[in-house]
Ligand binder design. Structure first.
Ligand code: ADP
Length: 326
């Protein structure tokens, strides 16, 4: 691969707090190393339509503390077709962009992987998703902030749950991953977490109710990962209402507040480290890897592993939650 002279940067898929800190880190680290930067707006859609602007250090001033993404994000069906990706490749050639940094989740990095293979084009991925579901990295950008948002919301709901002696099912994001639900439950002293990773093994709801919400407790809160596997909080609450009418059941769906807000210190630091490391990776001649963090060290994870392998839930966390909720 020749020397990288100009990189493009884009954010794609679901937004996550800390994406701006990552954009800033990639941009400044590139400029520090004498590499030109171009910001690509609206993810792969903007790559196809050519929504591109040169970025200087001042374009990323005063954004480290902002949630969302200044580059905007989008979902783009056209990029899933060979014709769409061909157009994206032509844009990159016309703009003189010789490597790409993609910040996004599982879907965005899958797209990056396919594109990189198809055109033999260097791409570095950064894990930007509140779900923490990318294999090979202990943490993803946005996860810690979302977890803190969940913690604050559940703390507030507990006040009303205990005053009214109710059973609350609170739905949190996580698509096919239970990291937010499980760690959110531990952080807020919940009675249980219903997560997709375990759902197929046992009927978690039955176990929960039949083992009995402790008699001396006057309220219970269960966090439920939003997922086709768990069925979500609404469906579980309906089941409890039908099968165990003695409980006063309520549902709260936290929804999009989990994506918003100023990133936590941990997310800002993570995004800054990963963003800087993305440029190191390119300078070292790496391509088609996601930059992640393991045991506090930067690692390069091939796209094939990051998006294809399931990231396992730590069973010790499940056990801790179970033991502490008696
Ligand atoms: P996230 O990155 O947050 O998981 P999505 O799953 O919505 O979000 O993916 C974001 C975008 O990535 C999609 O809109 C599409 O443009 C691209 N993408 C996802 N999967 C593929 C695929 N199999 N092939 C090509 N592009 C894809």
């Amino acid at each position: 691969m020749g020397t990288v002279k100009c990189i493009g940067i884009l954010t794609s898929g679901g937004d996550a707090p800390g994406m701006n800190a990552a954009i800033r880190a990639v941009t400044r680290s590139a400029i520090y190393n004498g590499i030109e930067v171009k910001g690509i707006y609206h993810g792969y859609r903007g790559l196809i339509s050519g929504e591109i602007k040169p970025f200087k250090t001042e374009n990323v001033s005063n954004i480290i503390q902002q949630g969302g993404t200044i580059l905007k994000t989008a979902r783009c069906k056209e990029f899933q077709t060979p014709e769409g990706r061909q157009l994206a490749y032509e844009t990159l050639r016309n703009e003189g962009i010789d490597a790409l940094v993609v910040i996004g989740g599982d879907g965005s990095l899958t797209g990056a992987r396919i594109f990189a293979q198809e055109f033999d084009y260097p791409i570095i991925g950064l894990p930007g998703t509140i779900d923490n579901d990318l294999y090979g990295t202990d943490l993803t950008i946005g996860y810690d902030t979302a977890l803190n948002t969940i913690m604050e919301a559940v703390d507030k709901i507990r006040d009303t749950a205990s005053s009214h002696e109710r059973l609350f099912f609170i739905e949190v994001m996580g698509r096919d991953a239970g990291f937010l639900a499980l760690n959110g439950a531990i952080a807020t002293g919940c009675e249980a977490a219903i997560i997709p990773e375990i759902y197929t093994e046992i009927d978690q709801l039955k176990e929960l109710v039949e083992n009995g919400f402790r008699k001396s407790k006057n309220s219970s809160i269960v966090l439920v990962a939003e997922s086709p596997t768990t069925g979500g909080a609404m469906q579980l609450a309906e089941r409890v209402k039908n099968e165990y009418p003695q409980y006063d059941v309520r549902v709260t769906i936290l929804g999009h507040i989990q994506r918003g807000g100023s990133p936590s210190a941990q997310d800002r630091i993570l995004a800054s480290r990963l963003g800087a490391a993305a440029i190191d990776a390119l300078l070292e001649g790496q391509r088609n890897v996601m930059v992640g963090i393991r045991n506090d060290e930067i690692v390069y994870v091939p796209f094939s592993k990051a998006v294809k392998q399931d990231k396992p839930i730590n069973r010790e966390l499940l056990d801790t939650l179970r033991r502490l909720s008696i």
